[in-house]
Design a protein around this ligand. Structure first.
Ligand code: F6P
Length: 323
């Protein structure tokens, strides 16, 4: 390939800029022409391409968000939208694409490749860590640290007032942020979609905590938890324990912003490099990932269909340490 395009799509994540920087600079190093496309698939459709070189990505390794902006394109889901996108790629002579995003982004890349044969390589950028074929996704570590710092602050006020806090963290259908931030902040219980929770189990945890002399506690709830909304859980707990002073905090989009952590910057740099190398080697319809500290390529199909297992030992540890 001689000309490539790169874009960020779906929910943004800290480290997307670092990945973009790595793609643009690796392309330049190997004398490939590189175009940045604004607002994900919308930019392909609206012909929003900009030629990028090493200086276009200066000073962005430290920045959260994405300078290319991001979108979840509805038009790209239509055949007409994809045709327009393809026509624009042909106009610019694009032979390969690097798509930075999560599973929605990869679904788009897969279908585009199948319909038009443009080479595509995905880079996993999402705070949710819900992509198979990489140990971590770009942005997950930063989001985890943001959640941890926020929950630490909640603990201060929970302790001062002898309160019970239910804290909701993001993750869509996955509980990785919840499990790890809960473990790191000493949550009394962690409710995630991957394990079968019941209100009885939760009540038992509160009873045990009372017996152990705890006067305040934090329950971390994944947004995808199936037992009920965080407000339902708080209400049910209030009925079961009328004396409790309960508060609910939803951390929300603060988890998506901020300067990326060192781990995310390094991961993004390695994957950005890996994606360009993959394209030069003729790889397509794959995602660049890091597994056991090695650069790997997993078919996009597998990356979106399969799921990383929740670490059972981590779950057990979180229970043991919450006594
Ligand atoms: O996929 C990233 C994510 O932040 C999820 O954790 C969350 O469910 C979703 O995106 C929120 O999407 P939006 O920014 O469209 O509200």
């Amino acid at each position: 390939v001689k000309k490539i395009a790169v874009f960020t799509s779906g929910g943004d994540s800290p480290g997307m800029n670092a990945a973009l920087r790595a793609v643009v600079r690796t392309a330049s190093y190997y004398n490939l022409e590189c175009y940045g496309v604004r607002e994900g698939y919308n930019g392909l459709i609206n012909n929003d391409f900009t030629r990028m070189g090493p200086r276009s990505v200066k000073n962005i390794i430290t920045e959260g968000g994405t300078i290319l902006k991001s979108a979840r394109s509805k038009e790209f889901m239509t055949k007409e939208g994809r045709q327009k996108a393809y026509d624009n790629c042909v106009k610019h002579g694009i032979e390969g694409m690097v798509c930075i995003g999560g599973d929605g982004t990869f679904k788009g890349a897969k279908i585009f490749y199948e319909e038009y044969g443009i080479k595509v390589i995905g880079i996993p950028g999402t705070i949710d860590n819900d992509i198979f074929g990489t140990d971590n996704t770009i942005g997950y570590d930063t989001a985890l640290n943001t959640a941890m710092e926020a929950i630490d602050k909640i603990r201060d006020t929970a302790t001062s007032h002898n309160r019970v806090f239910f804290v909701e963290v993001m993750g869509r259908d996955a509980g990785f942020i919840a499990l790890n931030s809960g473990l790191a902040t000493g949550a009394i219980d962690i409710l995630i979609p991957e394990k079968k929770d019941s209100i009885e189990d939760l009540f038992e945890v509160f009873e045990r905590a009372e017996k152990a002399g705890k006067s305040s506690s934090i329950v971390v709830v994944a947004e995808g938890e199936k037992l009920g909304s965080i407000y339902d859980l708080a209400k049910a707990t209030q009925v079961g324990f009328p004396d409790y002073d309960i508060r609910v905090t939803i951390l929300g989009h603060i988890q998506r912003g901020g300067s990326p952590s060192c781990a995310d910057r390094v991961l993004a740099s390695r994957l950005g490099y890996g994606a360009v190398i993959g394209l030069m080697e003729g790889k397509t319809n794959v995602m660049a990932g890091m597994q056991s500290n090695k650069l790997t390529y997993t078919s996009i199909e597998e990356a979106i269909k399969k799921h990383n297992e929740m670490d059972q030992e981590l779950l057990k540890i979180s229970e043991i340490l919450a006594i």
